[in-house]
Design a protein around this ligand. Sequence first.
Ligand code: ADP
Ligand code: MG
Length: 404
Amino acid sequence: MKLVSDLDVKGKKVLVRVDFNVPLKDGVIRDDNRMVQALPTIKELLDKGAAVILMSHLGKISYKKTPEEIEEAKKKNNMVFLVNHLQELLPKNDVSFCPDTRGEKLAYFVDMLKPGEVLLVQNTRYEKGEEKNDSVLSQEWASIADAFVMDAFGSAHRAHASTYGVPEAMKAEGKPVAVGFLVEKEVENLTRCVEVKPEDRPYVAILGGFKVSDKIKVIDSLLKKCDKILIGGAMAYTFKKALGYTVGTSPVESDQLDYAKKCFEEAKGRILLPVDSVVTNGFEGWTEKKVVGQDIPEGYEGMDIGPETAKIYASEIAKSKMVFWNGPMGVFEQSDFAVGTIEICKAIAELKGAFTVIGGGDSAAAVAQFGYKDEFSHVSTGGGASLEMIENDGHLPGIDIIRG
Ligand code: ADP
Ligand code: MG
């Protein structure tokens, strides 16, 4: 796979697909991490004398809505909100903004762009054809640059025009395509979790979060690779119910009970489930909180793993050489139920010399919020993309198209 540093880009125009899908509120950037993570690739190209065209999506724009609603969504997700901040992040280079996503205006802005300058193009999702991987759109975008760099790891699981159609078209035209430093780092770290080396064992996976159905493919993939899987979060209760325990009013996916039972049996003791839980009498407006053992009484709901479970999981983590974690252990957004997730963070922080990775949007947010981000070998910037990487044995469409 070609890397951005392998490209000869002096005097060339390079189109870089970045993931600038930052959390925005009323036009204010809440967290610029995604922009910051793209800087090494952008700077490499600028330092080598390229003119850099940046494309990204921002937010969601549904074309099934009324014309007024579509206009509203476009206004809310206007990329112009990002330009001033990008200029601050790149103080030595001129940053400009093209308000159009295609046509004469885009061609003009690209034409005017000089080496060492950056052009941010309007939200790719302003085009209906973006998510459809429209070939005419892809060809137009491919025609504006001499080379393509994929550095939008968070969007690499989507075969859209800007992530798939464009590199495909550029390759067909004989133009060079490569991945950026962020994608390189993500691929390297997540591949280690799916192509397991003997020295990385024991390999422990920690899975939590809300739904079993969201994570079936991840569970299946990890079961083939891991020595132990520690399950927490809401999805633990589907497993517990499938095994005949009472779960009170805990969230259970009835249509996943057979899967959970089969999965647990086939794992032959390699799947660990909570032996105790923090429960409340209801999800919202609860008045009573307590710790219960294997069974959850009628009228109570599991909100977090209990202290005994946290201890058992911590001891499994302490014995491991590699950890992959996805999904919080409880309703971590409320401090009453963040303890289980924090205990797992602590166990990982105490683990020395092991390779530890966390992926998933909420999971990464949780470890950052609790101050444990730096304790991990790698915190993936991709939510869905990091999970699909694990599910698909290290393959994502937006990266495979560069590889192939
Ligand atoms: P990620 O985004 O990291 O893949 P998920 O989206 O699968 O993680 O799960 C995160 C969500 O799961 C959080 O909003 C959290 O509150 C919820 N959750 C975890 N445990 C429970 C529980 N016991 N009951 C209800 N929700 C839970
Ligand atoms: Mg999530």
